[in-house]
Design a protein around this ligand. Sequence first.
Ligand code: 2AM
Ligand code: CA
Ligand code: CA
Ligand code: CA
Length: 266
Amino acid sequence: MTINWDEVDGFARGLISNAGETIRKSFSSTLSIETKSNVNDLVTNMDKEIEQYFVKQVNDFDSSHKIMGEEGYGDSLTTLDGVVWIIDPIDGTMNFVHQQRNFAISVGVYHNGIGMLGYIYDVVADELYHAQKGKGAFLNQTQIPHLKPVNLTEAILALNATWVTKHDKVPYEVFGPLVHKVRGTRSYGSAALELAYVACGRLDGYLTMRLSPWDIAGGKVILEEVGGVVTNLKNGPHTLIEKDSLFAGNPSVHKEIYNDYLKGKL
Ligand code: 2AM
Ligand code: CA
Ligand code: CA
Ligand code: CA
């Protein structure tokens, strides 16, 4: 059976638009905030409500489609066989709670492990980054240009200070020289937006220690459509099933950082 990806794309965009509207309306009501793995790992009623909305709607659209979502309302999957929606209802929940900005809805639709559709919706800015495999990536209606080579000395990298300064996780000796080599570093606190920014050339690389499939599924499709490279820190593929490190970047920056700073050191 052939899948009409334009139809799935139209359906996905409708869901994301509705979910964004629900989140914007929630700003005027009181959030219920709980913690998960630690005191800084937050989840709100909106994270749960939005994921449940996606699960119900996707099931009604096509019950053969499977769903992997952060809050656990989807299926518990060990493979990406068939059509799988990989959903993060709110990526950057800490920003959502503290800042009411710098968070996004992230959705990737995969077919037998291949990313077919990718969406990152910056709800507050009303900016939808989206891509369909082989058809280019867009920010709202505007096509995002293919990435051009960037000198490492002029690159901006997204890195989180917490793990860069934790010696037990990654040796400071590995990241210290890299941080000093590049033009600047940033940390936005939403993996999905950081991937979208790499796709737009606002960032040239994003390196992090541990991300889940829903943090990257949408962004990987978008970034690869503009020639970006998405691997783990060992230059291998992220399985999109298990948690793994992530290294996404402009291809020239990715290559230089891997060869000169990471290879054989992690
Ligand atoms: P989240 O907001 O959907 O949980 C923050 O640096 C980024 O890392 C966000 O994209 C956040 O996604 C993600 N992240 C992954 N695991 C996390 C954890 N245990 N606690 C907080 N953020 C986490
Ligand atoms: Ca979370
Ligand atoms: Ca996330
Ligand atoms: Ca989330």
